[in-house]
Design a protein around this ligand. Structure first.
Ligand code: FE2
Ligand code: FE2
Length: 245
């Protein structure tokens, strides 16, 4: 876990510069769907993560608890970046949205391991979503922000994978299969919800639904291999990195 503390601290110190001084000149056909989509992601990443922090402290691992604080801080930084974009585009921030309530409700139901698995559902999709947004625009500010967030999401996935891999090491094969089946169903349900709710921006950036679906499936397979395959050792440098920017 000390490696993860170092990773988050280094990542906080080495952010890619965003050329805010250029202003945002988003392609006209992207403007409206981008605002609608970012408003929802911005809200989703702006939480304080109180339950997660308290669950992390209950593990008795002080280093892990600090790593979780840094992880939540990075999500809040994503929310801040997206809020800046929305401000530049003269768009308001959302106060609430059904999808946010849904995930908060599901995360409150369980202990740390299940909460992490619910949290990973949108995290896995976010990795592909921000990559698609980056590739779908020529605006320098947007590309810099989306590239940074996509890279951070690689780290988030690897961080949670490593923790869950150790946590699930000792559970029986049957329970692993059961967890995997339920998780896949929930993941695909989340994919459908995101693809419907964000269909306008995905269409505007030319992201074909089939491609998005398949790519999200590949990310899910990588994550589950990392957690459930004992031989799969992951570290920040070893996790398949998002090559953008
Ligand atoms: Fe994020
Ligand atoms: Fe994340």
């Amino acid at each position: 876990m000390q490696n993860w503390l170092n990773y988050f601290e280094q990542n906080r110190a080495n952010r890619s510069p965003v050329p805010w001084e250029k202003g945002i000149n988003v392609e006209p056909h992207l403007r409206k769907p981008l605002i609608r989509s970012l408003q929802k992601f911005q809200l989703g990443e702006s939480g304080e993560g109180r339950k997660l922090k308290s669950n992390a402290r209950k593990t008795g691992d002080a280093t892990y608890a600090v790593a979780i604080d840094l992880f939540i801080g990075e999500e809040q930084e994503h929310a801040r970046l997206m809020a800046n974009i929305l401000r530049e585009l003269n768009a308001p921030l959302l106060a609430s949205h059904w999808s946010d309530h849904c995930f908060i409700f599901m995360r409150q139901l369980f202990g740390l391991h299940q909460e992490l698995m619910v949290l990973l559902l949108p995290e896995m999709i976010a990795k592909r979503y921000f990559r698609a947004l980056h590739d779908g625009t020529n605006d320098a500010v947007l590309r810099a922000v989306f590239a940074q967030i996509a890279r951070d999401e690689d780290g988030h996935l690897a961080f949670h994978i490593e923790y869950l891999r150790h946590a699930f090491e000792k559970i029986s094969f049957t329970k692993k299969i059961f967890a995997l089946v339920i998780w896949r169903i929930l993941f695909r349900a989340t994919c459908v919800a995101v693809m419907l709710d964000h269909r306008e921006i995905l269409r505007a950036i030319g992201m074909r639904p089939r491609q998005f679906w398949d790519d999200c499936g590949k990310i899910f397979d990588e994550v589950t291999a990392g957690i459930f395959s004992p031989a799969h050792l992951l570290a920040p440098a070893k996790f398949p990195a998002t090559q953008i920017g």
